[in-house]
Design a protein around this ligand. Structure first.
Ligand code: IPE
Ligand code: IPE
Ligand code: MG
Length: 236
């Protein structure tokens, strides 16, 4: 009989293509971001149904700070709105929220909001939704190196103790397993500084669908394909 069990625990997504989605409709890029933010809810619901326990979404990269001030402001505005509006949905659906990235670069009111949400949702257990916000993988690894070095200099750890497991425990993702699946929408086939360490053995899926159009059927289809792939390493 064909293997049908779902062995996927964690899906990471690079939600790309909002700008092109809007452009195709003669609308400003920010309209695409609004539709993209709305789609996060649909995909989070679909994830819960699929039984996959961890979802990590790339919402804003450290490089994205270099976009125009208008676009950055619009994205931060949407984020504020989303964090307030979706609080109930998150709690009703037993979703635990985590944020990874360079928090200090965000404005104080956003830092307060995400800390509040993390605290309130900490005991939820159906799905862990990890949002990569102001996130860059190289930055994350440099921070880890700094903290390991500090602990070594302070005499808290021995250099011989440094191994892959320990390095992972210094990353923002320390509490979640490595992704089994990475999906990038919009046709681009690059990683854009996302979870470089964590995706060492992740199965990669690229789709031409622009993020606002990415739906449950496509997600379930990818999970199905994943379950037929042979993997020797990287199983959590
Ligand atoms: C992804 O859509 C959302 C963010 C990076 C915030 P883009 O804004 O990159 O859309 P495209 O790639 O220009 O179409
Ligand atoms: C990656 O998309 C970051 C997010 C989806 C948040 P970008 O559109 O910013 O990446 P590049 O610039 O095409 O590499
Ligand atoms: Mg893009």
């Amino acid at each position: 009989m064909e293997e049908t069990t779902n062995s996927c625990k964690h899906i990471a997504i690079i939600m790309d293509g909002n700008g092109r989605w809007a452009k195709k409709r003669g609308m400003p890029r920010t309209f695409g971001h609004k539709k993209g933010a709305e789609n996060v809810i649909n995909i989070t619901r679909a994830m819960k149904e699929s039984g996959v326990k961890f979802l990590t979404l790339y919402a804003f990269s450290t490089e994205n700070w270099q976009r125009s001030k208008d676009e950055v402001d619009a994205l931060m505005g949407l984020l504020r709105e989303y964090l307030d509006k979706e609080f109930k949905e998150i709690m009703d659906n037993n979703v635990k929220l985590l944020f990874i990235g360079e928090r200090y670069m965000l404005s104080n009111d956003i830092i307060e909001k995400i800390e509040y949400l993390e605290k309130e949702s900490a005991k939820n257990s159906d799905l862990t939704l990890c949002v990569a916000l102001s996130y860059g993988s190289r930055c994350e690894m440099i921070n880890a190196v700094k903290n390991i070095t500090k602990d070594a200099v302070d005499g808290n750890i021995n250099i011989d103790e440094i191994n892959e497991k320990m390095f992972s425990s210094y990353l923002y993702t320390k509490d979640i397993p490595d992704p089994d699946i990475l999906i990038r929408t919009s046709g681009e086939q690059r990683i854009s500084n996302y979870l470089l360490w964590q995706i060492a053995y992740t199965e990669l899926f690229f789709t031409n669908t622009l993020w606002p159009d990415f739906n449950k059927d496509e997600l379930l289809d990818i999970i199905k394909k994943f379950n037929t792939r042979e993997r020797r390493y990287g199983k959590n």
